[in-house]
Design a protein around this ligand. Structure first.
Ligand code: ATP
Ligand code: MG
Length: 630
């Protein structure tokens, strides 16, 4: 067996041979003639001349070998629905959906916009698209009409698949009125809408445009729609980034590279085997939902558990109850969700038999040490941080235990994954930093490995301009994150490049200050933001959610806690890092995917317009900041 170091070296130095081997993990209709064409950097063309199909690899090829094993386990604690589809049943549903789509005029290369809550039909729809070579664009169900309209115009779909409503915390959230409004706002008018009626919210239909899924499914019960063999570079889907830092970017993914990359990650990173069960708590509207609710587990022949509901309803142990019931082997979630659980009774972590579970993977934002330690102790399972982006489709940094068992280090997502030639650049000089403990911008030398974005949908120029820069002799892709590497080659992500604050000439990562503050026993969550300051250029301000809000009863109590927090930062990082103020909030302003909206906090503090807030979950905290600033 390879050591990881030699495995990694081979992926960079003997790139084509390495990926030719990985390509063996999937089924091909026609094998590729060339592994990587990088003759027009930064555009990388993987598996040139090959033909395959994502749906074939995720569904059809398993039907013969394990047709009656579970493929999709659907659980909604919102509606009480719980259904298991075998690979054979999933194949039937996907073919029905594909036939319906074709009957509504969808052809290869057409875009289909999917605006659905977490229901099984969303999985059918995604798989049906890639089956016939239609390009799906899943828009997160929490987005309101304006965001949806922008995405309709960008993707110009011929068909939109939607539902009457979602449900969150027992409250029905109607979708159809938002969709109707979005379609009046958008320039592009799709000719057809397919409605999944869950019976949650009555809606009005436009007879010429809106179609009922249940009725059409009945007409296509026996449909057989073969997979279309697609060229390697045929787009499989587009997906917008979370919009944390500004205008969302339409990431475009290919067919073959993505399939190979996911198959390889399931083996080398997740060690997923056919017959095992993968439970990712993300949403299909995000990249984790694409790669590790739908495609990755199914490509590996695993069952995937798709969950609609909160982690705290009907009780705070519901995830672990599901792990026990369905013998879940792999779990994937986000630090923000763990912080929600942290407010629950810790006994819930040991109430259920979770012996089937091998590891919990966490991604999406920095995993602070107290949170990691809390969940590791509570579950008694390995906690595996992994760092990546919508753009890359699979982890850039983590540990590849499928190649060689490597220890995790709290605070670090791990080491560069095979195929990612990760470097740190000095952001002033643009020079590569090779020493340990040198802080720089995390970049990836081109070509990006298979599975990453091909380009931004319809905008090659924006793709090149946004992400790529030349350093002498080569092109590098910027992650826009700031990091440092230790003596063992483990990376630490210090924050986004625009989160670095400059206090009287000292460059500080907001992440470092946050880590320090979160070590205070009464801090549940914290955000540190650099705010314009006449004297110092910028000042750090801290926004804290207290664990025990009763300790904040009056102004004196708040002042006392503020003082303690400042002292703590003084002692751990020095006075330059001390926040100029600490404000207490009942929750932090976040996107619906749980990412902190720093730019919005900063704008409010600087009395500027916070800009596009459509991805924001709850406006309360911004209001609380405004009130406390006056
Ligand atoms: P946008 O690009 O539209 O502003 P976004 O960057 O939040 O939105 P995503 O692609 O969902 O959209 O998030 C990727 C980013 O999340 C990374 O660039 C990094 O800043 C952060 N991130 C993801 N995983 C981790 C991790 N394990 N540790 C630290 N940061 C992480
Ligand atoms: Mg980003």
């Amino acid at each position: 067996m390879d050591t990881y170091a030699s495995f990694y070296q081979r992926s960079i130095q003997d790139r084509d041979a390495f990926w030719a081997e990985q390509a063996e993990l999937i089924d091909w209709h026609v094998k590729p003639k060339q592994i990587c064409d990088y003759s027009q950097p930064p555009f990388a063309n993987w598996f040139v001349g090959g033909q395959t199909n994502v749906c074939h690899n995720a569904v059809d090829r398993h039907v013969t070998s394990r047709g009656d094993q579970p493929a999709l386990i659907y659980v909604s604690t919102e509606t009480g629905q719980e259904v298991t589809y075998t690979f054979a049943q999933l194949s039937d549903e996907v073919q029905r959906m594909a036939a319906i789509m074709q009957s509504l005029g969808v052809k290869q290369g057409d875009r289909v916009l999917i605006y659905l809550p977490m229901i099984a039909e969303a999985a059918f729809a995604m798989l049906a698209c890639v089956r016939i070579g239609a390009i799906h664009s899943v828009v997160f169900g929490g987005f309101a009409s304006h965001s949806l309209a922008t995405r309709i115009d960008d993707a110009s779909p011929v068909l939109i698949i939607s539902a009457d409503a979602g449900s969150r915390g027992g409250k029905v959230v109607p979708y159809k009125p938002l969709l109707d409004e979005a379609m009046t706002l958008s320039q592009h008018k799709p000719s057809a809408v397919l409605m999944v009626d869950r019976g949650l919210a009555p809606f009005t239909s436009l007879p010429a445009r809106d179609h009922d899924y249940a009725a059409l499914r009945q007409q296509h019960l026996n449909a057989r729609v073969p997979c279309v063999w697609l060229d390697a570079a045929h787009p499989s889907y587009t997906l917008y980034t979370s919009g944390t830092t500004g205008k969302p970017k339409g990431v475009q993914r290919d067919t073959a590279g993505y399939t190979v990359a996911l198959a390889a990650s399931m083996q080398h990173i997740f060690q997923g085997q056919p017959g095992e069960v993968y439970f990712s708590t993300s949403d299909i509207g995000w990249v984790v939902g694409h790669s590790y609710i739908i495609y990755g587990p199914l490509i590996a022949g695993m069952a995937t558990l798709m969950y609609e509901g909160l982690p705290t309803r009907p009780h705070g142990g519901v995830w672990w109850e599901l792990v026990e019931k369905y013998q879940v082997t792999h779990m994937f979630s986000a630090p923000t969700a763990v912080r929600v659980l942290k407010k629950q009774d810790p006994a819930l972590l040991s109430t259920y038999d979770i012996s089937s579970l091998k590891a919990l993977y966490l991604a999406g934002e920095p995993l602070d040490e107290p949170t990691a330690q809390w969940i590791a102790d509570g579950l008694g399972k390995p906690i595996i941080d992994n760092y990546w982006q919508t753009e890359t489709g699979w982890p850039i940094l983590t540990v590849a235990n499928g190649v060689q068992t490597m220890p995790s280090k709290f605070g670090s997502p791990g080491v560069p994954m095979y195929g990612f030639n990760v470097k740190l650049l000095d952001d002033n000089t643009g020079e590569e930093l090779t020493g340990a403990q040198e802080k720089g911008v995390v970049v990836i030398e081109g070509p990006l490995p298979p599975g990453c974005l091909q380009t931004l949908w319809g905008d090659d120029e924006r793709f090149v301009k946004t992400y790529w820069q030349s350093v002498p002799g080569r092109l590098v892709y910027s992650t826009f994150d700031w990091g440092v590497r230790d003596e063992d080659g483990y990376f630490y992500i210090l924050g986004r490049t625009d989160d670095v604050i400059n206090v009287a000439g000292h460059r500080l990562g907001t992440r470092e200050i946050e880590e320090s503050i979160s070590s205070h026993p009464n801090v549940a969550e914290v955000a540190v933001v650099g705010v314009a300051d006449a004297l110092k250029g910028q000042a750090a301000m801290a926004f804290v959610v207290a664990k025990d809000a009763s300790a904040l009863g009056d102004a004196a109590a708040r002042l006392k806690l503020e003082g303690e927090i400042m002292k703590l930062v003084d002692s751990q990082l020095g006075a330059v890092a001390r926040p100029s103020r600490v404000l207490f909030l009942s929750l932090l302003p976040k996107t619906r995917s749980g990412k902190l909206l720093r730019r919005a906090i900063q704008a409010v503090c600087e009395n500027r317009d916070p800009g596009d807030l459509t991805t924001m979950d709850d406006p309360t905290p911004l209001q609380q900041i405004k009130e406390q600033l006056v």
